[in-house]
Design a protein around this ligand. Sequence first.
Ligand code: 5GP
Length: 208
Amino acid sequence: MTGGTQWDQVGGHRDDGEEHPRRRLTVLAGPTAVGKGSVAAEIRRHHPEVWISVSATTRSPRPGEVQGRHYWFVTDEEFDELVATDQLLEWAVVHRGARYGTPRKAVEEALAEGRPALLEIDLQGARQVRTTMPEALFVFLAPPSWEELVRRLVGRGTETPEERERRLETAKAELAAESEFDVTVVNTEVHAASEELVALIKNVPSHS
Ligand code: 5GP
């Protein structure tokens, strides 16, 4: 990236975003299992006008996941190359040692076209974007309660007890990061949460 010029046109926080309501980047983060992926999928289904970044990852595809649609599934070597050539806006090691990152060029192109753009990433990634693109809107997706978050974590049933414990510890630390964000959306129900997020992405005050 060559400095702030392009990002200066992206729009601002909610208080000055009226001027460029559609030229903005929104970053969605939140604790493990809160449902970030489901909310993003709901937006993909109902709001094709919102551009959603497709991350690169070194993890293997799950059944039904499509290359280039859900993720760009890459090898460790390919990911090394993306990092070395500065092609990622941010990247982080998430669960089980897999790396995830946001391809920079696609985001820049979407924003240059004036499309509202969304990144669904983990907290470490959100913090990186905060330092490089502080003008983005940072949205924290929160569970309705701690008990509900635990239920969603356990409900997945895909982790060992040790892994689950580790995830709960991570989730606690992640919940504590809420105050770093501009706004919180509570994910009580996926469709309602996704609509609330789209309103924020498009800079429509949700109280009007
Ligand atoms: P999953 O493997 O279940 O699809 O995603 C695991 C985690 O990786 C989620 O918390 C998701 O938000 C995060 N994630 C997905 N893409 C990215 C990315 O590009 N960057 C970062 N930092 N995290 C990501």
